[in-house]
Design a protein around this ligand. Structure first.
Ligand code: ZN
Length: 193
């Protein structure tokens, strides 16, 4: 119910901004348009962060005073460079079964690489944004904080088994043992030879 009201206010604000392109508006006016809800400013922020409308404030332009808002173009920013909405996050997490798509760690369980940490999932990009990837759900996936830290700027092609083995062979023994321990944890039912 509450959510519905919020979305309604956002739609009203969106329409109002689009009807008043190029005109500086103030907070009293926008609050009224949103139906005098206390969250009107948050709804305006969502138009910026979630929908990409380039609503300008005094932070963007020195000729605007605090509490003044201005939209100059109907064209939202491309998905690139925007925040991912709560709805999209929920959709992607659910689609990926609340499991990290790189290491398979499940949300809330001890992390397989580092069991002292509880697995926290984030939304990551399959093709990194720096390489032209978008915020479209098809380019998003659940990724845990451990993998996220290690892979922040990698393109996320999965390495082949051959490449992995090459890396493991040249690693020092204690790291090879770590891999072994991890594999044993990951595949507890496989008998070791
Ligand atoms: Zn992971």
């Amino acid at each position: 119910m509450k959510k519905k009201t919020g979305n309604g206010a956002r739609a009203k604000l969106r329409a109002y901004f689009l009807d008043n392109l190029g005109r500086v508006m103030n907070s009293t006016e926008l609050r009224k348009v949103a139906g005098n809800i206390s969250e009107w400013a948050r709804r305006v922020r969502e138009l910026r962060t979630e929908e990409g409308y380039q609503i300008l404030t005094h932070n963007d332009r020195s000729d605007l005073k605090p509490g003044q808002y201005l939209l100059l173009t109907k064209k939202p920013l491309p998905a690139f460079g925007r925040e991912i909405s709560k709805e999209t996050r929920a959709f992607v997490l659910d689609r990926n079964g609340f499991t990290c798509q790189m290491c398979g760690a499940a949300a809330g369980e001890p992390h397989p690489y580092d069991p002292s940490r509880k697995t926290r999932l984030h939304i990551g990009h399959v093709i990194d944004k720096s390489q032209g990837g978008t915020d479209d759900p098809s380019n998003l996936r659940a990724i845990c904080s451990v993998c996220n830290e290690g892979a922040s700027n990698l393109t996320l092609d999965r390495p082949s088994a051959h490449k992995l083995l090459v890396q493991i062979r040249r690693a020092p023994a204690h790291e090879q043992l770590e891999v072994l321990e991890w594999l044993k944890r990951k595949f507890p039912d496989k008998p070791s030879r």
